[in-house]
Design a protein around this ligand. Structure first.
Ligand code: G3H
Ligand code: 13P
Ligand code: ZN
Length: 361
């Protein structure tokens, strides 16, 4: 069994200067394809499930699939992470099902739509961190609201995400506030807002610093070099996948995602977890459409799903290589939850950055 906590994995990534993709899972085919890719390049991996995924696949099915993945690939450290937990109950029930990490996304209220106040976010995130750490589970918080700097709109999609217009202050994480938030909540990793958003339609042109605020990452990293940063909405929406999807009869308007070079620059400045769902969906959907278009008589689901899995596996391998995750698995010995809990209790996993006074000295 090689289930790993987010904290241990990101500490290793920070020590060795790499990033780890967090791929969303909803079904067996995605789990198998991602695990095959991880094995092929010897990469540790974060499998993350949204609330939507948990409802779609059923908690027990997801838990058993990840257990099976561990048995199939015992040499691969696997972190099972709750993506965008909206309240304490979501995070705690994930832990009951074997998740070794939870995101408490207090940037939005429990309806996962209404931007929350800083005070609300801080209080709920601190509560979840205290409870999760008691049992050794890691916690990701979020400060700032995901949305577009191009048009100032939030990114409500699939029932998740803020709705309507957002101010620039809401769309960009403030480094001072980030430091106060991390110190007060004790989170292991922090998701930040910097102009990325979920889904395929992130940017209407190749993003520059105006609409993809990489300077936020650099500023937070300069203040807290030991803090693990998380980039959400980090699909690159590659042109070749858009073309493949459209060649097979899809209708995806031209769009731009987050360029790989920008993610790599982020990794040089403290980004350790990179969330990718849309690219995985697109890779699979392009193949599903291709098979459907090329063979109108086909009705065996495996004939659709096997090429879709192959496309997802190829994409995941590429991301492991691009983020420097490949080849790291053999060098990680996973630490169990009980030992992680003991380390939190003893203070060994406490603050990882100098106090403002020490920094000034
Ligand atoms: O949070 C965004 C991820 O892409 C998950 O999406 O809520 O449709 O499963 P979902
Ligand atoms: P993408 O939609 O860019 O893949 O982002 C996924 C994500 O951030 C999940 O939390
Ligand atoms: Zn996200």
């Amino acid at each position: 069994m090689a289930r790993i906590t987010l904290r241990q994995l990101l500490d290793h990534a920070a020590e060795h200067g790499y990033g780890v993709p967090a791929f969303n899972i909803n079904n067996m085919e995605q789990v198998l394809a991602i695990i095959s890719a991880a094995r092929a390049v010897e990469a540790p991996v974060i499998l993350q499930a949204s609330r939507g995924a948990r409802a779609y696949a059923h908690d027990l099915m997801l838990a058993k699939m990840v257990e099976a993945a561990e048995a199939i690939a015992p040499e691969i450290p696997i972190c099972l992470h709750q993506d965008h937990g909206n309240d304490e109950a979501t995070c705690l029930s994930a832990i009951q099902h074997g998740f070794t990490s939870v995101m408490m996304d207090g940037s939005l209220e429990a309806d996962a739509k209404t931007p929350a106040s800083y005070e609300y976010n801080l209080a709920i995130t601190a509560r979840v961190a205290a409870m999760a750490h008691m049992v050794g589970v890691s916690v990701e918080g979020e400060l700032g609201v995901l949305g577009s700097l191009e048009h100032g709109q939030a990114e409500a999609e699939d029932g998740h995400g803020a709705e309507g217009a957002l101010s620039r202050e809401q769309l960009l994480t403030d480094p001072d506030q980030a430091e106060a938030f991390v110190r007060a909540t004790g989170v292991d990793a922090l998701a930040i807002a910097m102009g990325t958003s979920h889904g395929a339609y992130k940017f209407s042109r190749r993003p520059d610093g105006e609409i993809l605020a990489m300077d936020v990452i650099r500023a937070i990293n300069a203040r807290m070099p030991g803090l693990h940063l998380v980039m959400h909405g980090s699909s690159s929406v590659p042109q070749e996948l858009q073309d493949a999807f459209n060649r097979a009869g899809g209708r995806m308007p031209q769009t731009w995602g987050v360029p790989i070079e920008e993610i790599q620059a982020g990794i040089r400045h403290g980004v350790r977890k990179v969330n990718i769902d849309t690219d995985c969906r697109l890779a699979m959907a392009a193949e599903l459409r291709r098979v459907g278009q090329q063979n109108l008589a086909e009705f065996d689901p495996r004939k659709f799903l096997a090429p879709a899995m192959a496309a997802l596996e190829a994409l995941c391998k590429r991301r492991f290589e691009e983020f420097g995750t490949a080849g790291r698995a053999p060098h990680i010995r996973t630490i169990g939850l009980a030992e992680m809990a003991r380390r939190y209790r003893s203070g060994a996993l406490g603050q990882r950055f100098p106090s403002p006074a020490a920094r000034a000295a």
